[in-house]
Design a protein around this ligand. Sequence first.
Ligand SMILES: NC(=O)C1=CN([C@@H]2O[C@H](COP(=O)(O)OP(=O)(O)OC[C@H]3O[C@@H](n4cnc5c(N)ncnc54)[C@H](OP(=O)(O)O)[C@@H]3O)[C@@H](O)[C@H]2O)C=CC1
Ligand SMILES: O=C(O)[C@@H]1CCC=N1
Length: 261
Amino acid sequence: MTIGFIGTGEITKAVVTGMSTVDGEKPTILVSPRNEEIAAGLADRFENVEIAASNQAVIDGAETVCLALRPGDAEEIIKTLKFGPSHHVISFMPTFSQARLSGIVAPATRITLVTPLPAVAFHGGPTPVFPPDEDAIAMFDPLGTVVAAETDDEYQAMCVATASLAGAYAYYETIADWLQAKNLPADKARAFSGAVFYALAATARNAPEMSFSELTHESATRGGTNEQVLKHLKDNNVYTAFSKALDGIWDRFENAKPSSD
Ligand SMILES: NC(=O)C1=CN([C@@H]2O[C@H](COP(=O)(O)OP(=O)(O)OC[C@H]3O[C@@H](n4cnc5c(N)ncnc54)[C@H](OP(=O)(O)O)[C@@H]3O)[C@@H](O)[C@H]2O)C=CC1
Ligand SMILES: O=C(O)[C@@H]1CCC=N1
């Protein structure tokens, strides 16, 4: 099977790296020529990766075509391309619903929505998939944890949650910056904040039976410093603001749907 990618940017780089480093047989991969540097890097590094001459050549040479274009450019670019009825189109673009895509990839009708996160590069990425297409699940399963959504809304909710990545890094950036402001060298500040981030993630992963509320409670020693910081953040509506930001992404997805959706 040949898997094609239109839009060779950061997420394509991560997915192609993940797919090209699994144990056993690797899929044949055809990437679009732009971004030139990323495409060349992937083709140099992996024997199973080739650069196609154009976006249309990706479609013509692959049975499965992954769409990984920026939300603002995608529709105009895809409209210029010709898909066949048997193509399986896998979109990584969270603001594009199945209904919106079906209008621009026709006569292709098999459309799967997938939101891989960059950790798929080292087989540690959570990937929501909708609908639960067996081939798409088999493609992303070796790259981490596939979470198949049964409904459009379930998928959309997970996609909304993937908008939290940059904000989460910025939280740890705030810690590192604060440490530096207290004269900790930048490398130590980065290492320490990163280690805290990792420790929390590992603790949560090792205790799947504990809710986040229980983990929060357990970390906030009564009368201690964590309790004080948590109260300050809550009193200043930090978490309410975050929840509202996710509501804003939900609304963005709703507004991006065609009116008949
Ligand atoms: N990054 C992430 O973690 C994730 C991203 N996504 C989604 O995937 C999509 C891509 O994101 P991401 O990879 O981060 O974005 P990037 O900006 O890194 O990649 C988009 C790529 O598309 C290329 N491109 C621009 N115009 C064309 C064209 N006419 N034909 C072919 N390729 C073109 C760009 O090339 P150039 O650099 O030369 O402009 C760029 O390399 C987005 O919709 C995003 O929301 C989904 C899951 C995770
Ligand atoms: O920020 C974005 O648009 C993409 C979608 C999922 C993660 N990053």
